[in-house]
Design a protein around this ligand. Sequence first.
Ligand SMILES: Nc1ncnc2c1ncn2[C@@H]1O[C@H](COP(=O)(O)OP(=O)(O)OP(=O)(O)O)[C@@H](O)[C@H]1O
Length: 352
Amino acid sequence: MRIAVLISGGVDSAVAVHRICEMGYKPDLFYIKIGMEGEGLSCTAEEDIELSTATARRYGLHLEVVDLQKQYWELVVGYAMERARRGLTPNPDVMCNKLIKFGCFEQEVGHRYDKIATGHYATVRERDGKIWLGTARDPVKDQTDFLAQIDSLQVAKLMFPVGDLMKEEVRRIAETQRLPSAKRRDSQGICFLGQIDYNDFVRRFLGEREGAVVEIETGRRIGTHKGYWFHTIGQRKGLGLGGGPWFVVKKDVEQNILYVSHGYDTLLQYGHSFNLKDFHFITGNPWGDAPEVDVTFKTRHQPHFMKGRLYRAGHGYRLESPERIQGIAPGQFGVVYDAAAEICIGSGEIGV
Ligand SMILES: Nc1ncnc2c1ncn2[C@@H]1O[C@H](COP(=O)(O)OP(=O)(O)OP(=O)(O)O)[C@@H](O)[C@H]1O
């Protein structure tokens, strides 16, 4: 079996390589360039490639660097800035997985291989004769929410060699095997940004446009923001307002107004329902014609699977939950799992 491993320089994909070699395979390793080189901004890619090269050498494997920067900028950055301009909260990592790591990479290189392996915390499960995207053993590290826009062909071809391990087991393997990435810190946040501040990045594309920050309960102007695209519903930090905490609870894109509410216990930062647009089933609809089903879900990258009920609503879906959902931000993906939180069924964009 021909296996390609996507390697990032981090500890998870290095242990993925180790486990595949332990199974007796000799995979080819690929590092994808999606960073900011040529943009005059700092980047961790060089260090990533060095560590990936060291891992390849360690196992006597071939490493190739695949440049998908152009595609990344066109597809993923294009998507993110289009959503931000409309006042929505984009999730570039979700799109990077769908369009770049398992999209463009497949067209250019992956099609030559039987399987593609990554260090994502996820699993592949078989149920009722079909292949599904399963959640990881380690709920804190689970990354299925980032994979919730991939399709059944992609899932069927994927291997997640660390998905059945807890993070500390992965670190232990890396240390006992003395892998070059063993001491590497976990990567944080959006994959392409590396060291750059998200706000600096958005500013380069959308600039600044000052507007009012208004307390929603009183209508009182309490500050000024530099553009609604720097802010997201549910945000607390980085508002620069005194006497907090303040939470962003609403955006008026037309008027360029940011509405905030005061206090940790402001109920306005929570909701109990949202609509999902263009719902995407990864493998298929397991519920048939049922008008409503019990599910679990996430609206952000968090360890906790929330409980809810999914309803058909016109051409889309509506999710309702007895739990308090903090910061429901339009544009974010609502990721839906079965009631036992074992299978990631799919996702849709949260509507306005
Ligand atoms: N630049 C890249 N080139 C190739 N594969 C990548 C790249 N970045 C990430 N990946 C793949 O996607 C997986 C998940 O990436 P993510 O950015 O979430 O890193 P992570 O969970 O910290 O994993 P790692 O410890 O391997 O970096 C990685 O384990 C790797 O298989």
